[in-house]
Design a protein around this ligand. Sequence first.
Ligand SMILES: [Zn+2]
Length: 99
Amino acid sequence: MPFDFDQIVEHTGDDDCAACRAQDITAAFLMPAVSAWEISHNLPRFSLAMHGASGLLGVMLEEGVERSEIETALSQLLDDIERQIEEDKVLGGPPQGSA
Ligand SMILES: [Zn+2]
């Protein structure tokens, strides 16, 4: 399979880190837009977030990526996010958006 999850999920620790750049774009543009769309379309909170995320992951399934690999990578990302939330709590700062 010509696709490497580690390349997009794991941090490289430099300025070119794909994981950091993708997280930054998501937090700056995607999360506020999804929230605004939910409100403007009178949809329950998180409805677009869940369907959007699963729809995007569905594109990966369509392209032949194994579901188990997606689930493993997603679990790893959620672990990272939970760890970040806990760190932010310890530091006393407000969480950024929902991540
Ligand atoms: Zn990074």
